[in-house]
Design a binder for this molecule. Structure first.
Ligand code: GAR
Length: 218
């Protein structure tokens, strides 16, 4: 089998800047991830991530959520668009929409997300400010498999940063996202190497069940 035949197919969903997308594009181009990104899909036409896709020669697709009356109708269209590319893996990279249970069930064990908190802390929005307000000493990001409940699937990897005194949420977010761009390509690589799977709502790397806070949790 040629190297090209072994490449996994990835569809990436974005809503904004797409700097995590860029890190994964770069890692694929450099041969660090045995995969090809076959499409980037956004719910927002203005998302800079779409521009990044075009620059890299990747099909960029808009499925605008404002054109659909219900979440279910939107998710059906999203499903139809994704299915055209028959991906092995769907990567949520700053995709700021809640996905319906029906949608998620189509891709059990095939969808990863990155969330800017040390899950299970701070699911949802404004995670950096919430960590500061709580007086936490550390914050970070988590890559996890997507399951039906928001930001709730098994964690694969976390990265931590200290919270310094008088640091505002914007500064903290900048330090966290630097870590995100390091860790997300690594997890995507594990998946594409067939080393990472989800089974019965648990993540396994090289056949070993990962702890609640992911690989190398301690
Ligand atoms: C990242 O910080 C990511 O963790 C977050 O959005 C940002 C996207 O940045 N995702 C979420 O909050 C999802 N709940 P990017 O567009 O530059 O990759």
């Amino acid at each position: 089998m040629s190297d090209a035949a072994k490449l996994k197919s990835i569809v990436v969903l974005v809503s904004g800047n797409g700097s995590n997308l860029q890190a994964i594009i770069d890692a694929c181009e450099q041969g660090k991830i045995p995969a090809k990104i076959t499409a980037v899909i956004s719910n927002k036409a203005q998302a800079y991530g779409l521009q990044r896709a075009k620059t890299a020669g990747i099909p960029a697709v808009v499925v605008d959520h404002t054109a659909y009356l219900t979440r279910e109708a939107y998710d059906q269209q999203l499903l139809a668009q994704i299915s055209k590319f028959a991906p092995d893996l769907i990567v949520l990279a700053g995709f700021m929409r809640i996905l319906s249970h029906e949608f998620v069930e189509n891709f059990q064990g095939q969808m990863l997300n990155i969330h800017p908190s040390l899950l299970p802390k701070y699911k949802g929005l404004h995670t950096h400010q919430r960590a500061i307000d709580a007086g936490d000493q550390e914050h970070g990001a988590s890559v996890h498999f997507v399951t039906a409940d928001l930001d709730d699937g098994p964690v694969v990897l976390q990265s931590k940063v200290p919270i310094f005194e008088n640091q505002d949420a914007e500064e903290l977010a900048e330090r966290v996202i630097v870590q995100e761009r390091q860790m997300y390509p690594l997890v995507v690589k594990w998946f594409c190497q067939d080393r990472l799977i989800m089974l019965n709502n648990k993540a396994f790397l090289d056949g070993i069940e990962l702890e609640e806070q992911g690989y190398a949790a301690n």
